[in-house]
Design a protein around this ligand. Sequence first.
Ligand SMILES: Cc1cc2nc3c(=O)[nH]c(=O)nc-3n(C[C@H](O)[C@H](O)[C@H](O)COP(=O)(O)OP(=O)(O)OC[C@H]3O[C@@H](n4cnc5c(N)ncnc54)[C@H](O)[C@@H]3O)c2cc1C
Length: 390
Amino acid sequence: MDFNDEVAQAAWRAEVRSFLAQARPPTQADSSGEEVTWRNNPRMREWRRQLGERGWIAPAWPKEYGGAGLGVMEQFIMNEELAEAGVVSPYDTGVNLIGPTLIVHGSTEQRREHLARILEGEVIWCQGFSEPGAGSDLASLQARAVRDGDDFVINGQKIWTSHAHESDWIFMLARTDPDAPKHRGISMFLVDMKTPGVSVRPLVNMANRHGFNETFFEDVRVPSRNVVGEVNRGWYISTTTLDFERSAVGSAVSQRKTVEACLHRLRERTQAGGTGVSAALRGELADRWIEASVARLLSSRVASLQARGLVPNYEASIVKVYSSELGQRIAQTTMKVMGIHGLSWAGDGSGIGGYAVASYLGNVGSTIAGGTGEIQRNIIATRGLGLPRA
Ligand SMILES: Cc1cc2nc3c(=O)[nH]c(=O)nc-3n(C[C@H](O)[C@H](O)[C@H](O)COP(=O)(O)OP(=O)(O)OC[C@H]3O[C@@H](n4cnc5c(N)ncnc54)[C@H](O)[C@@H]3O)c2cc1C
């Protein structure tokens, strides 16, 4: 297998790289550990405008909906170059999840109402799937939506809703037929967060970040035109959404760059006459370097399957397990490299100062979000290895 770019891919990579050099978008190192978003950062807004001019806000969307209609390998290369430049990800839940879902399953009216506003950055979306009693076993969800004339009335609770506190709209799942088998009585709704009866309560994580929330629905009236696809078919539509979530290949490049930043820091320290690097830490860094290279190969495999029109299944689960666990190992190694400085939240421009502690604490959630490591291993065992279900 040849992992080098083909001629056209190399030209595309050069085009993206030169655009990034000229656009100078905000990088993770600029952010001093704070989360940079379209709404809180003028440089991000300017960069979004520049991306928008090229149709690159949603590179995977078809051109007729304002995307760039790029192929899988072009997107893969673009993501690699964004990571290589250390850029804050320009893609949000609207671009990654609900936009593509509406392109596949939405009504003409829903596409007209929502897609352009997602591209313009006017509207921020969040995903209301998980509930206190329904995460891995999502089909057990209990939120209820009851038909009343031309509306549905929704009652229930969602949890771990990332960015709900700053979102304008939520796409959520609710049970519309409690008597049907559990996968067959669920519908997907588009809900304006300003609708009376929607409330959001913050959940602050152990990194002291307010990223996710509890979201409550009390007699929330939603017009039936806001159901995505057919009533009671929401489970099947949500699997499309989850496929988009899981096939978004994690960035092996940024993991390799973190290992490189660690090596750079150790070299500087040694040159400045500081303490040498222990054999154990050397071995650990070598392992992380090899693992980051393996992560890239695994990601390339998923991208090449998609490029051939195949739907990655257990292959995407392998990437999810490997990358999320590697992220945790790299964060642990980084903390050893940083020593006492690893405890500081202040950025130091090196790319790892401030980042180290945020990454060490923040990465704990990566083996849970988007399907836990155990669930991915179940998929690998049954669909990949053909083992019987327990
Ligand atoms: C950072 C972060 C962001 C998130 N953002 C969102 C969001 O925006 N919107 C949203 O809807 N949700 C979000 N989630 C929720 C996420 O999807 C769930 O946490 C996840 O699906 C796991 O569900 P749970 O927390 O209910 O754990 P549970 O499903 O209760 O699992 C508990 C433990 O049991 C294990 N387990 C469960 N079932 C099995 C099984 N069959 N075999 C083996 N082990 C099993 C799990 O692996 C886990 O270790 C987010 C989570 C995180 C961490």
